[in-house]
Design a protein around this ligand. Structure first.
Ligand SMILES: [Zn+2]
Length: 324
């Protein structure tokens, strides 16, 4: 009985279609969005943005899952354009696990990101600590999807060289990447120790990584006050479209709305109000973004309430934030 049950489950799993990445969308001439995703039971994939430059495609962030990175590779192949460069906005693995797969397909692609990755994969670093947890989990009983997610993380960490920059972005500057000029901005501690965001003058598109996410900001490695300053810096550029790390592209008005919701949320988390009140205010403030998305509407207050507790327990910031 048990054997046949296992067999049935195995067959069902094998027969299930692998998830598909959402279709690529053109944002402006020569600028494309590969939307990320957030499937039940799985970790998220961040959005990827592709700029067609003189030397080939410049791919901003590479997702976590194979179907996301495969879609980026398929897009490049279909357009007969090499991937000339990869930029990681930050080292969170929902934005960088695909690096190795893109480089295997396009060995000349060079990775541009900050050196913050070196601290988190070093002794005692954030990812090193999580890897210990994942390895001990791998020996226990898990749902197949969960096991797959843990294995993706372990595989990425076992090839962590693909997360390290070929070209270190250690300061804000105007530089050519893949032959195309970008205004590259490097934050001094926001979502992580150092985040990259880019402004493209030609399209007036800003690619801002996890400085903006829905249904809530992710604070696991964050310095919330520095983050607020980074949002002000984004606002100061004349962008017309901002591409967040997760969620839909935003107009200036939408970005302004998210930025003020973020500020109010941090003020609330630093204050005396009940965590549930901060979470309710957050959900109300960002309601225009979650309209029609029942799952996002459910998750927004849950995540926000969790993060208020998290921030309060850790002096208003992540324990991995080194800023005062
Ligand atoms: Zn992310």
């Amino acid at each position: 009985m048990l054997a046949s049950l296992i067999f049935t489950v195995a067959v069902a799993a094998a027969a299930a279609e692998p998830p598909q990445a959402p279709p690529v969308r053109e944002l402006a001439s020569g600028v494309y969005l590969q939307p990320g995703g957030f499937l039940p039971g799985r970790g998220p994939d961040g959005n990827s943005v592709m700029f067609d430059g003189p030397d080939g495609l410049v791919v901003i962030d590479t997702g976590r899952h194979v179907w996301h990175s495969d879609a980026l590779i398929a897009f490049a192949r279909a357009r007969q354009r090499p991937i000339a460069a990869i930029v990681n906005t930050h080292w969170h693995l929902d934005h960088s696990s695909g690096n190795g797969r893109l480089k295997a397909a396009f060995p000349n692609a060079r990775l541009y990101t900050t050196s913050a990755i070196d601290r988190v994969i070093g002794p005692g670093g954030f990812l090193t600590r999580n890897l210990e947890g994942a390895r001990s989990m791998a020996g226990t009983e898990m749902e197949p999807v969960q096991r797959e997610e843990v294995q993706i993380f372990i595989d990425t960490m076992e090839h962590s060289g693909a997360l390290r920059p070929d070209v270190v972005l250690d300061r804000s500057q105007r530089i050519r990447i893949g032959g195309r000029r970008f205004d590259v901005h490097v934050t001094d501690r926001a979502v992580t120790d150092a985040d990259v965001w880019l402004y493209d003058r030609r399209s007036r598109i800003a690619v801002i990584g996890d400085l903006v996410t829905l249904p809530a900001p992710f604070f696991e490695t964050a310095c919330p006050e520095r983050w607020r300053a980074a949002l002000d810096e984004v606002w100061a550029t004349p962008f017309t479209l901002a591409i967040p790390g997760h969620g839909e592209p935003m107009t200036r008005d939408q970005f302004a709305l998210w930025r003020s919701a973020y500020g109010a949320f941090i003020d609330c988390a630093h204050g005396e109000s009940a965590a549930s009140a901060c979470a309710a205010a957050w959900s109300r403030d960002i309601a225009p973004f979650t309209a029609g998305d029942a799952r996002a509407q459910r998750m927004a207050p849950q995540m926000a309430e969790y993060y208020v507790g998290y921030l309060r327990e850790n002096g208003g910031k992540s324990p991995d934030c080194l800023a005062s």
